[in-house]
Ligand binder design. Structure first.
Ligand code: HEM
Length: 694
């Protein structure tokens, strides 16, 4: 028996209270937490060593339909894994091997992924043997990692736990696509800039031949630093990865004829290869030809030794592209080659890559260590915090795997008392330290509590599981300095007393989320379950990646709004409910966002669907503000909207939800509860199925 029966045969997990928005009951089939737990159980029962030994046998079993170079597919699988994971970009957390989206459009037809359909086809017998116990995403990561190990390379571990997507839609923003063009246009393909991950849309990183195909190593070095930087790699990691990857295998470009149509162009016969037989020695993949070293199936630092100790000259290879060789070399050395991006490591204008090349050439152990760490980083960032890694996890957690301190032994606080204090404060006396809003002559902090909780939670990125309120990094730079968070430190000061009263038992992050939750309930929202147990980070590190990354330009704002919503993992209905609900309470503040102070609704301390009715019935006119951010005022009334609010009315796909909520207060209240609990639980990797929920 390959694996034990799944512990969680039923897709429904019984819970006393539903932490995900419903009243009582179970998590629905298909809920991410259920899918994740089901997969974790299956993976836990899987003998990963057995999978690895199957993979090692596969590497050495050359098939006639796609013969292995020198009888070993291992280098081919290193490339597969690198191309699956190397799509990760830190600008918005998109990319990486999670979802296994290299199987789908657009990724499978990217020029960089030429012939990787063959690698995935070779993997099928292994996938078939273990079925749902290992996802495609995990299997593709394990294949390259095992390949490195099989050739004697250093490996730290295997961070598993990826769920497969059903299509490639999550890669559409990577381009080429209309969605990518709207938020991250690339004026001249080949010179694309961040937030895109690569210099060329359709490559995962940078043109191997040099910028725009020009074999100029110094300029190529700049592109390499830029594009690996967008993947979150420093100089040492960059050099280790390039030289470690290219310790193995070869490039393929037997003749200039090309690889033939991509899967998108010809799904039945993709990349047939237009040179001779199209396979084996006739393979055309990138159009370059030759190995990097004389021992391409064996781990070594020869890549660096040969690079550093020889002169290199550019020439046009058999595939018609510029590549580099050692002048007048004889014997096996006459066959080795370098790409312009490899030679670039000797011509870094900053003088840094050269030093690292020299170090790695002289010190195998140093190189081993650097490569092992860089590979583990490359193959695990898409998984987010260390807690999400399953499988053969390397210890300790590394900086690229954000982690939080353990829960205090004093946890939990007396939740009813905490809630009572917050409820009292929402409409309590204004504190001199940060004055409350005043509505109908009454002090009101509820809107500010909700805004603080929203700003804290809405940093969450579903794309790479970073951000969220767990850790309460909103207390520290850089988050506290973001313009959108202006004056929220004042709201924190208002909450100081509650924090002091309950001490270590109550974390700031739980307090912030609970304050927002209580504010909604107290104002008329439906009762919500609360799942305590968050802990507090000791500084703001990690948040720099979460900085709002795109400044909307004229006419593009709707696309930016939708993009931000998708990064958070929210649907349009959830997003409208959350933003509309948030703007139901409290008001805009002149001190923070231009010279207008005023509410969205006539009852800014009551939680109901008035925001939606106002949006559809009032006539809003633009009013100018100092900050440049446009605001809109209802004709004849002191009611306001932001430009983003008006998009909900103008965009038909948002508007259907606005109409629904305007007509049905109960539907709004229920949708808000579901969306809020989803958002504030999205970073609870410590308690995925809500065992700590009240
Ligand atoms: C192959 C470019 C970084 C691993 C190739 C090929 C190109 C290329 C053009 C040839 C594909 C073919 O014709 O079959 C680049 C560039 C890089 C880069 C421009 C960055 C500047 C990496 C990294 C790794 C890696 C970081 C892994 C850590 C490999 C392997 C092969 C390969 C193993 C050989 C595959 C085989 O033998 O079939 N690379 N690469 N590369 N690359 Fe890279």
């Amino acid at each position: 028996m390959l694996r034990k029966a799944l512990l969680l045969a039923s897709p429904l997990l019984s819970l006393g209270a539903c932490p995900f928005g419903g009243e009582q009951g179970v998590l629905p089939d298909g809920h991410p937490a259920v899918a994740q737990e089901t997969y974790a159980a299956a993976l836990g029962d899987l003998d990963l060593d057995l999978v690895r030994s199957d993979l090692k046998a596969l590497f050495l079993n050359s098939q006639d339909h796609w013969p292995a170079d020198l009888g070993n597919y291992a280098p081919f699988f290193v490339r597969l894994t690198w191309h699956c994971t190397g799509t990760y970009r830190s600008s918005d957390g998109r990319g990486g091997c999670e979802g296994g989206r290299q199987r789908f459009e657009p990724e499978r037809s990217w020029a960089d992924n030429t012939n990787l359909d063959k690698a995935r086809a070779l993997l099928w017998p292994v996938k078939a043997r273990y079925g749902d116990a290992i996802s495609w995403g995990d299997l593709m990561v394990l294949a390259g990692t095992t390949a490195i190990e099989s050739m004697g390379g250093p490996v730290l571990g295997f961070c598993a736990g990826r769920l497969d997507d059903k299509d490639g839609s999550e890669s559409i923003e990577l381009g080429p696509s209309e969605e990518q063009e709207a938020v991250a246009p690339c004026v001249l393909n080949g010179t694309c800039v961040s937030p895109l991950g690569s210099t060329t849309v359709g490559l995962i990183y940078v043109n191997p031949e040099g910028p725009m195909g020009n074999p100029i190593p110094a300029e190529s070095a700049l592109q390499v630093r830029d594009s690996f930087g967008r993947m979150g790699m420093n100089d040492s990691e960059t050099v280790a990865l390039i030289g470690g990857g290219h310790a193995f295998g070869k490039v393929h470009g037997a003749c200039p004829a090309g690889a033939g149509p991509s899967p998108k162009e010809d799904p039945l016969n993709p990349y047939p290869g237009l040179c001779g037989t199209g396979k084996g020695k006739d393979t055309f993949t990138s159009g370059f030809e030759g190995p990097w070293t004389t021992t391409p199936n064996q781990w070594s630092n020869l890549y660096f030794n040969d690079l550093f100790n020889n002169d290199w000259e550019v020439h046009v290879g058999p595939g018609g592209h510029h590549q580099w060789r050692i002048p007048n070399a004889t014997g096996p050395m006459a066959g080795i080659m370098r790409l312009t991006t490899d030679i670039a490591l000797l011509h870094d204008p900053a003088g840094i890559y050269q030093k690292i090349v020299k170090e790695f050439a002289a010190d195998q152990a140093k190189f081993d260590n650097a490569f092992a760490h860089a590979w583990y980083k490359l193959t695990s960032r898409d998984m987010g915090p260390a807690l999400r890694c399953l499988g053969q996890v390397a210890a300790p957690p590394f900086p690229w795997h954000p982690s939080l301190p353990a829960r205090s032994s004093e946890f939990p606080p007396a939740w009813p008392q905490v809630k009572a204090s917050l409820k009292e404060m929402a409409r309590g006396y204004s504190k001199p330290i940060f004055p409350a809003d005043v509505f109908s002559g009454q002090s009101y902090y509820g809107g500010l509590f909700l805004q603080l909780a929203w700003r804290c939670a809405s940093t969450f990125r579903q794309t790479d599981y970073r951000g969220g309120c767990n850790g309460a990094r909103i207390r520290f730079s850089p988050e506290k300095d973001w313009p959108a968070n202006a004056e929220l430190d004042g709201v924190l000061k208002v909450l100081d007393g509650v924090k002091a009263r309950f001490g270590e038992a109550l974390s700031w992050s739980d307090l912030i989320i609970l304050a927002g939750t209580v504010a909604v309930e107290e104002a008329g929202g439906l009762p919500m379950s609360f799942c305590g147990g968050r802990t507090d980070a000791t500084d703001g590190s990690g948040s720099e990646l979460l900085t709002p990354r795109l400044s909307p330009g004229p006419g593009t704002d709707l696309a930016f709004l939708v993009d931000g919503m998708k990064v958070m993992g929210l649907t349009r209905r959830e997003f409208v409910a959350l933003v509309g609900g948030g703007h139901t309470l409290g008001q805009m503040h002149a001190s923070r966002s231009g010279f207008i102070s005023g509410p969205w609704t006539s009852s800014p301390s009551r939680f109901n669907n008035e925001y939606f009715t106002n949006l559809l019935t009032e006539v809003y006119q633009e009013v100018s503000v100092q900050s440049g951010e446009k605001k809109y005022k209802a004709v004849g009334k002191q009611l306001f909207m932001l430009k983003t609010d008006l998009f909900f009315k103008a965009d038909p796909e948002f508007r259907i939800h606005v109409e629904e909520f305007a007509l049905d207060n109960q539907a709004f209240l229920e949708s808000y509860r579901a969306a809020w609990t989803k958002l504030v639980r999205s970073d609870r990797f410590d308690d995925p199925t809500g065992k700590l929920c009240e």
